[in-house]
Design a protein around this ligand. Structure first.
Ligand SMILES: *[C@@H]1O[C@H](CO)[C@@H](O)[C@H](O)[C@H]1NC(C)=O
Ligand SMILES: *[C@@H]1O[C@H](CO)[C@@H](O)[C@H](O)[C@H]1NC(C)=O
Ligand SMILES: *[C@@H]1O[C@H](CO)[C@@H](O)[C@H](O)[C@H]1NC(C)=O
Length: 973
């Protein structure tokens, strides 16, 4: 850096004299953020500008304050019918005046096209100084600007037309609740003209992980290092700088960031220039200028100041991909880096559209709440590269690969094309989730991701969506700050599952062409659900009206039960809404009213004994159908690979044909089909539609099963049965039956960490299940591994940790529990922390330990608020902890409420976790009495669901326990 440069550093300031460089330091200290220029002329221009700015500000605040002419003016309603955006009260600005814009949405009269942003965060003092210059286009004559701003102290504002003439600001109002800023000018903004708005502002780095916030990690020497990072989705960009914070306001962004020498700065695009700001700034700061971005939404902007190191690699066409981590984790980022480059190559060719930015960075952020955030070109992850040994466990590795893949898919599907409004968030997530599984499936074929899709998404979504208290996926979002409350497992998992069904009946090639067409049409812009359905229909040559089909899945809650009956040469197929609580009676299963009357367009797929390789498809177009079949058919299996979002009920004789097939030659059916039969049989029994002996008979074939997905499905149902029956007669016999089924597979998988990815997953799954049902050999071996770990400090195979911890705690005592508790308190690794938390809830025979564990959840320094649900869940799933967990929830309800910052979403998941296994009328009475008349806010949906589930558990037990007991007695001898 030359002297000349130093001389020419100048600051945008509202108050100081234009004369002297000697004052620069103090200028800075008074006024903060600055534009740095390279020649004297610019310097003077800047100072002149600053003076004008001052004058403008003075006029703005002291000039005539006209009464607002637009108060009460109806905002243009550019949102779908049915939503009501008008606030029902009169908003007041911070100075007490009426805030003239009465709408949570911004007006569309002005469209931002470009942001010049300068940010100077100080990681020591937490102060942030910023300046933003927004260039915008006027679409319709107006005399005011409304934009978003939250917790920002606005210092100066200036509005100019294209030739640099100032417009007179006559009114500036801030509306804190609405997070909006209103700026009124005397002169009109004229249609088709461009203007700029410049704002200087101060704020502080947030301590919560939203907006622009401070975070930290600990080095191996125990040093605490700080970083400043962002997390803007959905509405936190406005807390970092004033902006038009709605996804459809896409603009280009240019950033300059000021930082200390020992830090680096990252943005969506690469650095193009770094300046030394010289000694004026105190210790000699640097400023990085970044390349201008393409048009993008505000929620995808990201910047980070940290002291990380990186590993870098190029994709096949030479695109630079880096993984940034704290220096100690550097070598653990190799999996992430390899995955990212491969997946990027894959999706460039899948979408047929190159990744649109000059680089992609993946950054590991400590204590990140979500799994990841898909910021364009700068993806942030929770603990992407943190595991304690050289190799992560198989499930952690799979998590890393899946998460990276999903975020990369979103670089196109979400970032290049963005939803018009948050209503369609589930849709973009749904596609991204489906493509995530598809991408990983192509990259690692042996992982069988499409089979795993059904246990991760379809089955859990169907379990919830079968309750009366469900809701439809498509929900109007008015205030985006409600997104967390509006979108839950049903929206995301069912959303993904119905997209999976869609992609299956479209076929991959049409889907791929359709997505290419869609992204090409709407790139750098926004789109909504109707447009994607149209493009896909067009790609089927209008042979399927996708909107008509999909509306029946997204605009009504629930899903169909398809019933197959053989009638001579014909197969009769009927559809009704599937409800777990079917004995509520016929009158209620059509409630609340649906405009589709609970009928669906169902792509019914099936295979038969004539050819198990060929999938047949017939459509039920909101109707029942019947068609001819070969009367000689031995069996029919419908909903091939469980790709459809519906359940299938067969006649008893047809069930027994399938059971025979499984017992004699189960591999005729695919692993996903076997899982789907298990899932349907157990669920239909739960709903009272199938007697218990059918799922039990069916499960007998499992002594021969060696695949992951059928086992994972079966174990889920077995454990639920066991928990529900834990206070009734068949319980001990049922555990014995589980041991009988699990014994062969535990011997088959053994204890050696070897075999394929799927083998590792199945080993961890069945051994853990064997410990829970107390299979002797497994328990003994796992306990001995625990002792070696505890007493001789031997390392554990990461894939066996779950089973070893769980055996150690469940069959150990105080010493084992304390040892794991200490391990929990000394680990920094998220996956390890969660494994230990789950194990710590499993002790038996010692209520004192369970009670102590529950009490620890009240101290947020010991157990993080986001982990409290895990603790309550495992204690409630422990037959000895069930009632303790419920008592704890009641006793500490208000305390926990304040622990979660009054987030009713968290309270909802606590209610679900604690009540899931309650199954006596007395429990039902307890829960209803406790919550009677209490306002639980948005947790009320979870409460309703929980009550429905308890009632369901009671009914199921009443109806089935005798039969289960009889069947078990007969089959266990
Ligand atoms: C919107 O809300 C206002 C205030 O509650 C009400 O007067 C109006 O009728 C509602 N409009 C619609 C379309 O629901
Ligand atoms: C943003 O900065 C660039 C260069 O730093 C400049 O050319 C451009 O005019 C600025 N735009 C606005 C809106 O201030
Ligand atoms: C932050 O403040 C500290 C102490 O005042 C100073 O040493 C440091 O250089 C500042 N850093 C930045 C980036 O301003």
């Amino acid at each position: 850096m030359s002297d000349q440069d130093v001389d020419d550093v100048a600051f945008l300031t509202g108050t100081d004299s234009p004369t002297g460089q000697p004052q620069k330091k103090s200028l800075y200290e008074n006024n903060g953020v600055a534009a740095c220029s390279h020649n004297r002329a610019l310097c003077i221009a800047t100072i002149v500008f600053a003076l004008l700015f001052t004058i403008a500000i003075i006029i703005a605040f002291t000039g005539p304050q006209s009464d607002c002419t637009c108060a009460g003016e109806k905002p243009p309603n550019y949102v779908d019918e049915g939503t009501n955006l008008t606030r029902t009260f009169i908003p007041r600005a911070t100075n007490g005046q009426i805030f003239p814009w009465n709408n949570v949405r911004l007006p569309t009269t002005l469209k931002p096209s470009k942001y010049n942003l300068t940010i100077h965060p100080n990681l020591t003092t937490l102060e942030v100084r910023g300046q933003v210059c927004i260039e915008f286009h006027c679409e319709k004559d107006t005399h005011f600007i409304v934009l978003h701003s939250q917790n920002l102290t606005i210092m100066d504002k200036l509005v100019q037309d294209k030739r640099g003439h100032n417009l007179t600001i006559v009114k500036i109002l801030e509306y804190a609740d609405g997070q909006q800023l209103y700026i009124e000018t005397r002169e009109k903004f004229k249609k088709r003209h461009n203007y700029t708005l410049t704002i200087r502002f101060n704020t502080k780095l947030n301590k919560n992980p939203t907006g622009f916030y401070i975070s930290s990690y600990t080095t191996s020497d125990g040093d605490r290092r700080y970083l400043a990072t962002t997390n803007f989705e959905p509405t936190y960009a406005r807390t970092a700088f004033p902006c038009f914070d709605e996804p459809h306001f896409k603009a280009k962004f240019k950033l300059t960031i000021f930082r200390d020498r020992f830090h680096i700065a990252l943005f969506n695009t690469p650095v193009v220039n770094t300046d030394d700001l010289g000694f004026y700034m105190g210790t000699g700061l640097l400023s990085d200028d970044f390349q201008e971005t393409s048009e993008m939404s505000t929620y995808l902007v990201a910047f980070i100041v940290c002291d990380y190191t990186n590993l870098r690699k190029e994709t096949e066409r030479g695109l630079s991909v880096s993984v940034y981590t704290p220096p100690p984790s550097k070598n653990q980022s190799i999996i992430a880096l390899d995955t990212a480059t491969h997946i990027l190559d894959f999706f460039e060719s899948f979408f047929g559209i190159p990744y649109p930015l000059p680089k992609l960075d993946l950054v590991s952020i400590p204590n990140f709440i979500e799994d990841a955030a898909e910021n364009w070109g700068l993806i942030t992850f929770r603990d992407i590269a943190s595991y304690d040994s050289t190799q992560p466990s198989t499930s952690v590795e799979q998590w890393i690969v899946k998460t990276i893949t999903r975020e990369i898919v979103q670089q196109w599907f979400g970032n290049l094309v963005t939803m018009k409004w948050w209503d369609d968030l589930w849709l973009f997530h749904g596609f991204a989730t489906y493509l995530e599984y598809l991408g990983v499936d192509k990259y690692f074929q042996e992982w069988k991701m499409m089979d795993q899709f059904i246990i991760d998404k379809t089955q859990p979504a169907m379990a919830l969506d079968a309750l009366v208290s469900s809701h439809s996926i498509n929900t109007a979002v008015q205030n985006p700050s409600d997104i967390d409350n509006i979108f839950d497992t049903i929206s995301y998992s069912k959303g993904a599952a119905v997209i999976y069904m869609l992609c299956n009946f479209l076929q991959e090639e049409i889907l791929q062409n359709g997505l290419n067409d869609y992204i090409t049409t709407y790139k750098y812009s926004t789109s909504d659900i109707k447009e994607i359905w149209n493009v896909l229909s067009r790609n089927t040559n209008e042979s399927i009206n996708i909107k008509t089909v999909m509306d029946t899945w997204t605009h009504q809650m629930g899903f169909p039960l398809v019933t197959l009956t053989k009638e001579g040469n014909e197969l009769s197929v009927t559809q009704t809404r599937f409800l777990l609580t079917a004995d509520i009676g016929n009158s209620t299963y059509l409630q609340p009213k649906s405009k589709y009357d609970y009928k669906w367009y169902i792509p019914l797929t099936y295979i038969t004994s004539n050819d198990s390789e060929v999938t047949n498809t017939v459509w039920l177009n909101m109707t029942d159908i019947r068609f001819e079949i070969d009367p000689e058919l031995k069996w029919i299996k419908a909903n091939v690979n469980q790709t459809g979002f519906y359940r299938v009920m067969y006649e008893e004789e047809m069930w027994y044909a399938l059971i025979d097939l499984l017992k004699n030659n189960h591999t005729v059916l695919s692993a996903a089909d076997r899982a789907s039969l298990i899932d349907d049989a157990f669920t239909l029994c739960r709903a009272g539609l199938l007697k218990a002996s059918i799922p039990l008979e069916l499960s007998l074939y499992l002594v021969k099963e060696k695949d992951y997905v059928p086992w994972a499905t079966a174990i889920e149902h077995f454990q639920n049965w066991a928990r529900r029956m834990s206070e009734s007669l068949p319980y001990k016999l049922f555990l014995k039956y589980m041991r009988k089924l699990l014994k062969p597979i535990t011997q088959y998988v053994g204890w050696k960490s070897s075999g394929s990815h799927i083998n590792q997953l199945i080993r961890a799954k069945v051994l853990s299940a064997a410990v829970l049902c107390e299979l002797n050999e497994t328990v003994t071996h796992a306990k001995s591994l625990f002792q070696k770990w505890m007493l001789n400090n031997e390392t554990l195979d990461p894939n066996l940790k779950e089973v070893v911890y769980s055996a150690g705690i469940k069959f150990g005592g105080m010493a084992e529990w304390q040892f794991c508790w200490n391990a929990y308190n000394s680990t920094n690794i998220a996956s390890e922390r969660i494994l230990l938390l789950k194990a710590l809830g499993q002790p038996r025979g010692d209520p004192w330990l369970l009670q102590r564990y529950l009490i620890e959840t009240l101290d947020k320094n010991t157990i993080r608020p986001e982990d409290v649900t895990i603790v309550l869940e495992v204690v409630a799933a422990n037959p000895e902890g069930k009632l303790l967990a419920w008592r704890h929830l009641k006793a500490y309800w208000p305390t926990m409420h304040s622990l979660f910052g009054n987030s009713t979403t968290m309270m909802g998941s606590l209610i679900s976790a604690v009540t899931a296994h309650l199954s006596t009328p007395y429990d039902y009475y307890e829960v209803t009495t406790y919550f009677n008349g209490m306002n639980v806010g948005s947790a009320s949906r979870a409460l309703q669901q929980s009550l429905e589930i308890i009632q369901l558990n009671i009914n199921w037990l009443n109806k089935n326990k005798e039969e289960i007991y009889t069947w078990l007695r007969k089959n266990l001898n």
